[in-house]
Design a protein around this ligand. Structure first.
Ligand code: SF4
Ligand code: MG
Length: 328
C-alpha cells in the first residue's frame, strides 16, 4: 500500500463563544502517497494551516478536531495520547513554518538544538548526535558547519534560519514533512534556494511533502498534486498539470489568473475581488458564490458536493454536476 497519510472527513472547529463556531476545516478528505509532494493552496483564511495543525496534533485552543480521521501508515492519529503524538512529531512527521525564529530557541546555539532533536528521537551518544548535526548542516548547504553549530539564531539571516529548520526537520528522517508557507518571509532569490533545498532533501530522505502555500509559482515548481482549499473545504483536486492546464473550479481559475507571470512579476494581474467568508458565518450555498461570476440560482441555495468527474478529477461546483461521474 503506497498511501502514507489518509485524512477522511476531518472537521476542526474553533469554539469562539456562545453560538460562534468557526468551521476552519469542514469535512476535508485527501490522501498523500509515499514520496509524493502535495500542495494545499488557497488564500489565507481558507483553512490550510488549521488542516496542517490538525495533522500535527497541534490545534490550539479553543479549537479541536470534532470528527473525522487522520491515519498515518494506517494508524489513527486523532486518538493518540499527547505523549504518543509527541513521538510521532519529529520522528514520523516534521514541520517547517513560515517564521523559523518562533520555532528556534533564542537562548541556545544552533548545534545544541539540532542535537537535542536527534537525541529525543534516536538512541545516540552525545558525540554521535553532534557529528550527525554537523553532517545535517552540511547537507542543507552550510560549508562551515562546525562554526554554524556555535551560532545563535539571531546571528543568522532568515534564509539561514530556514535552512537550520530544514536540518532539524530532517534530523529524524520523517516520512512526512509539512511545510507551511516555508518561503513566504524570504526574498525571492532565497525562496528559490530554499525550495530547491527542500526538494533535494526530500529526494535524499524519500519523504513525502505537504506544502501549504498561497504562491502558485511555488506549486508549479514543486508539486505532484494540488488540493485547492476554500472556505474550510477542498474545492478542487488534481495533478499539477491538470490544475495548471485545465482548471475547473472558478476559484482555481481566479487564483491562476491572479498569479503573476514569470516575465511580469511586478503586480497581480487579475486578483479575485472580495474575500474568503469568515468561517463562523458560511453561507448555506456555495461558499464561493459571492465572488463567482458563474454563480447560478442553485449556488445560493446548495453547497455543491465534491464531485468526481469521469476523468478522475474532483471538483466542488454545480457547473460540473451534469457531467457523468460520482458524487462523494
Ligand atoms: Fe460558482 Fe456556483 Fe460553482 Fe460555486 S457552485 S463555484 S457559485 S458556479
Ligand atoms: Mg496560514
Amino acid at each position: 500500500d503506497d498511501i502514507l497519510l489518509e485524512v477522511e472527513h476531518l472537521k476542526t472547529y474553533f469554539y469562539l463563544g456562545k453560538d460562534k463556531v468557526a468551521k476552519a476545516v469542514d469535512d476535508v478528505s485527501f490522501a498523500i502517497k509515499r514520496g509524493e509532494t502535495v500542495a494545499l493552496v488557497g488564500e489565507s483564511g481558507s483553512g490550510k494551516s488549521a488542516t496542517s495543525l490538525s495533522i500535527m496534533g497541534l490545534v490550539p485552543s479553543p479549537g479541536k478536531i470534532v470528527s473525522g480521521s487522520i491515519k498515518l501508515n494506517g494508524k489513527e492519529l486523532t486518538r493518540l495520547s499527547e505523549k504518543e503524538m509527541n513521538n510521532v512529531r519529529g520522528r514520523d512527521i516534521a514541520m517547517i513554518f513560515q517564521e523559523p525564529m518562533t520555532s528556534l530557541d533564542p537562548l541556545f546555539p544552533i548545534g545544541d538544538q539540532i542535537a537535542e532533536s536527534l537525541l529525543r528521537h534516536k538512541k545516540l551518544k552525545k558525540k554521535e548526535a553532534k557529528e550527525l548535526a554537523i553532517e545535517l548542516l552540511k547537507k542543507v548547504g552550510f560549508v562551515r558547519a562546525e562554526k554554524m553549530m556555535k551560532e545563535y539564531p539571531h546571528q543568522l539571516s532568515g534564509g539561514m534560519r530556514q535552512r537550520v529548520m530544514i536540518a532539524i526537520a530532517m534530523a529524524c528522517n520523517p516520512q512526512l514533512l509539512i511545510a507551511d508557507e516555508p518561503t513566504t518571509a524570504l526574498d525571492v532569490t532565497i525562496q528559490a534556494q530554499i525550495l530547491d533545498l527542500m526538494m533535494d532533501v526530500k529526494e535524499e530522505f524519500d519523504s513525502a511533502i505537504l506544502l501549504i502555500t498561497h504562491d502558485l509559482g511555488v506549486v508549479a515548481e514543486t508539486a505532484d498534486r494540488v488540493l485547492v482549499m476554500y472556505g474550510g473545504q477542498i474545492v478542487e483536486e488534481g495533478t499539477v498539470e491538470e490544475i495548471f492546464q485545465q482548471p475547473k473550479h472558478p476559484y482555481t481559475k481566479g487564483l491562476l489568473k491572479s498569479m503573476p507571470s514569470l516575465e511580469m512579476e511586478v503586480e497581480r494581474l487579475d486578483a479575485i475581488p472580495g474575500s474568503v467568508p469568515p468561517s463562523h458565518q458560511f453561507p448555506v450555498g456555495c461558499r464561493f458564490a459571492d465572488r463567482c461570476k458563474f454563480a447560478m440560482e442553485i449556488c445560493q441555495k446548495e453547497n455543491p458536493a465534491l464531485f468526481q468527474t469521469n476523468g478522475g478529477r474532483k471538483v466542488r461546483c454545480h457547473l460540473y454536476e451534469s457531467e457523468e461521474g460520482e458524487h462523494e
